[in-house]
Design a protein around this ligand. Sequence first.
Ligand code: ZN
Ligand code: ZN
Length: 255
Amino acid sequence: MSRRVDFARRGPYHSGSQERRTTNDRFKEDGLDVEEKERPIKVDILTVGLMQTACYVVADKETDGLLVIDPGGDAEMILESVSMTGCEPAVIVNTHGHGDHIAANGALKKAYPDAPLCIHRADADMLTDPEKNLSALFDMPVTSPPADRLLAEGDEMSVGENTLSVIHLPGHTPGGIGLYWPGTDVVAGMLFCGDTLFAGGVGRTDFPGGDEKALMACIRGKLFTLPDDTFVLPGHGPATTIGREKQTNPFFTSG
Ligand SMILES: [Zn+2]
Ligand SMILES: [Zn+2]
């Protein structure tokens, strides 16, 4: 089974292969109703690299907490977005080890050597091996610095006062993860899920280390048990919600 992702999607701020949107713009464009100003964490969505990977710059509004998820290319744009927050990244995290999610790790680590680079232990060796991270396939070998911290299910990461927890999501790669922020009394949670679940699709499992059964099981068992109003921010393409995917994603509604 394979999924289709619209890599050609273009937003209003598109220029070249890069675009930058706030979650407000993105959620509105994707037909989701949300007020950014009520949410204590602010998310910059950057579309980077040839694969149009979604890089998320997540900042706490009150404190200096900052987290960069999947710096997958276009390092200058990511560094600019980080510097616009006025904070230094506390953590750099990869949702999995594919080249299109790690290509700017080196530039981020060079600019912010104290920020630990984190990835699930099962994908850690992909960072330094262009064959394993598939970038060699595209003739653009990517080598990242090695991980500073290896992640496992249940680990926690803080962005200022807010805590995101690590959900192990094997299937697209053995060490895929989601980062889940549960929200507040008045604001829905958010899930950064890499290439595991997409709006209307699921991650490919035909690459080395892929496992379709594991992928479907972790989406059903770990993601679809999160609250329906949780915003889902995938590794490519539009944002969605858990409830919307449960109701309309063809991989779960048919057959
Ligand atoms: Zn991937
Ligand atoms: Zn990807």
